[in-house]
Design a protein around this ligand. Structure first.
Ligand code: 6PG
Length: 235
């Protein structure tokens, strides 16, 4: 794994820079499988892509999946699908069959199994695991990624592709990709902004403090691991 750390002046600058990388990565491949993330910085990225890359990316090469979803219907304010739809999907032209949403309205255990099967159907395997071209991740203030929280570290090692998780504070159920899937991706990119993340970033990068208890510290990509941060998160 190669780690690349890129630091920018603001969350908007992070989104703009990441969009440039994203366009190039997609251009280099015939099909491109990506797992998207919820969170505030991906939201800026999706808006950037919708506003400036509508005509500059061959959207029909892409397969969009999600790294996690809240167990709510797709029109719910908490839905990651809804956020992506509002910010990006409705502004671009993409074959509907290439948009693989997690059905947050379905029974969670059955949906985690169904979604794993959908991933296995589309995403090429490496060493028996689906290997996405790119997995996009935000990081919570508690070091969580996708919906793998510090009190559910077993999701980093499970042999399942998708699992049901519970938000430690709200108790909301989530469906999430698991650690092994994330670690088999060709590229994993963290988009992290804001000073509330600074200490966690510092501990993960320096392997100091409580770094081992942060799910984000256990993420390695098969190929490249990217950190895209603003100065507030990075320094
Ligand atoms: C989710 C996300 C989650 C998010 C982090 C960071 O659905 O909640 O996938 O993992 O990326 O909580 O979110 P912010 O960027 O908003 O801090």
């Amino acid at each position: 794994m190669k780690t690349h750390v890129n630091i920018f002046t603001s969350p908007q600058a992070v989104a703009e820079a990441f969009a440039v990388f994203f366009q190039k990565w997609v251009a280099d491949k015939n099909t491109f499988t990506v797992a998207l993330s919820g969170g505030s910085t991906p939201k800026l990225l999706f808006r950037q892509l919708a506003e400036h890359y509508r005509e500059r990316i061959a959207w029909d090469k892409l397969h969009f999946f999600w790294g996690d979803e809240r167990c709510v219907p797709p029109d719910h304010a908490d839905s990651n699908y809804r956020m992506t739809d509002e910010m990006l999907l409705r502004h671009i032209v993409m074959p509907p069959e290439n948009i693989h949403r997690i059905r947050g309205e379905a029974e969670p255990v059955l949906e985690a199994e169904r979604y794993a099967a959908e991933i296995l159907d589309i995403v090429p395997l490496k060493d028996g695991w689906p290997a996405f071209d790119l997995i996009l991740l935000g990081m919570g203030e508690d070091g969580h990624i996708a919906s793998i929280f510090p009190d559910q570290m077993q999701l980093l090692d499970t042999s399942k592709v998708c699992a049901v998780a519970t938000h430690p504070v709200s108790g909301q159920q989530r469906i999430t990709l698991t650690g092994k899937v994330i670690n088999h991706a060709a590229k994993v990119a963290f988009l992290v902004t804001g000073n509330s993340k600074r200490q966690v970033v510092k501990d993960i990068q320096g392997k100091t403090g409580a770094w081992e208890k942060y799910p984000a510290a256990h993420i390695k990509a098969r190929g490249d691991l990217y950190w895209f941060m603003d100065e507030q998160a990075a320094h």
